[in-house]
Design a protein around this ligand. Structure first.
Ligand SMILES: O=C(O)c1cc(=O)[nH]c(=O)n1[C@@H]1O[C@H](COP(=O)(O)O)[C@@H](O)[C@H]1O
Length: 280
């Protein structure tokens, strides 16, 4: 598959056509069991490809969580390769959730693994951690820009433990999370409709905690459903930035399997609720 337009444009087009929802493909052992599956690479494939069959043809973004595949070793990674390829083939953008972050030279290798068209794991975007310094991500940003792909940088994560670090104040008075959002925004300056450097800000964070007015990029907001955030809470949490928010949910949809129809209906319900929110 050849990637042409910049990621910001591709994401905006996909969201316009398919709705603003990212569904996580997180094959938790408990979910496999709930679907009547054993914990094995074959069952992992059954689970993940059922989710792809249900979702990839009509939802904007799918976000496989690499950890749940890696746990099965090379057999699990082979399943992840299939999930990425089949999802993209069906028209979904794939945001690979790997939360990578390392010194610059190693970051180049990670970026090549996930963003180079010829890599077996090439996705449309990946999650990255800036906590070795935002500048250490430069190789990933460079490769993403060149290849029309995106990165989502962890700014203010949905987990309660994130606050101590991410809400702490840097020397210039901004919170660490805000400085990440601002650094992402510098890379997106001038992009239309928006740039390729997204941020991750949990749907569970306090309203108004971050100022997104200079981001000019997408905001991935995980935490909808299983972590307690609701569609209704998004407006208060994100305010004027809501149109740039890509809400994400995984377990709350996946628990409706193994029926393809039930999975699809569950994801449609969330997407429809989000559609109503965005139109109001
Ligand atoms: O980067 C992420 O996707 C992410 C960031 C964050 O702040 N919080 C968060 O929960 N996530 C991921 O989003 C998914 C949440 O799934 P559910 O809680 O089941 O909807 C998991 O794969 C997490 O690893």
């Amino acid at each position: 598959m050849t990637v042409r337009a910049g990621f910001g444009r591709r994401l905006a087009e996909s969201v316009a056509a398919r709705g603003a929802l990212c569904v996580g493909i997180d094959p938790h052992p408990a979910l496999l069991n709930a679907w009547g599956l054993e914990e094995s690479p074959a069952a992992l494939e059954r689970f993940a490809m059922t989710a792809v069959e249900a979702l990839a043809g009509e939802f904007a973004v799918l976000k496989p969580q690499s950890a749940f595949f890696e746990v099965y070793g090379s057999a699990g990674v082979a399943v992840l390769e299939k999930v990425v390829a089949a999802s993209r083939e069906a028209g979904a953008l794939v945001l690979l959730d790997v939360k990578r972050g390392d010194i610059g030279s190693t970051m180049t290798a990670y970026a090549n693994a996930y963003l180079d068209e010829h890599s077996p794991l090439a996705a449309d975007a990946l999650t990255v951690s800036p906590y070795l310094g935002f500048g250490s991500l430069a190789p990933a940003l460079g490769i993403a820009e060149q290849t029309g792909r995106g990165v989502f940088v962890l700014a203010r994560t949905s987990n309660p433990e994130g606050a101590a670090l991410q809400r702490s104040t840097a020397d210039d008075g901004r919170t660490v999370g805000q400085s990440i959002v601002d650094a992402a925004g510098e890379n997106n300056a001038g992009a239309d409709p928006y740039g390729y450097v997204g941020v991750v800000a949990g749907a569970t964070i306090k309203p108004g905690e971050l100022d997104f007015s200079r981001l000019n990029g997408p905001i991935l907001a995980p935490g909808l459903g299983a972590q307690g955030a609701t569609v209704q809470s998004l407006r208060a949490t994100f305010g004027a930035a809501l149109p740039s928010v890509l809400p994400a949910t995984a377990r709350d949809v996946l628990r409706h399997g193994p029926s393809v129809a039930d999975l699809r209906s569950a994801a449609r319900r969330v997407r429809d609720e989000l559609g109503v929110l965005l139109e109001s």
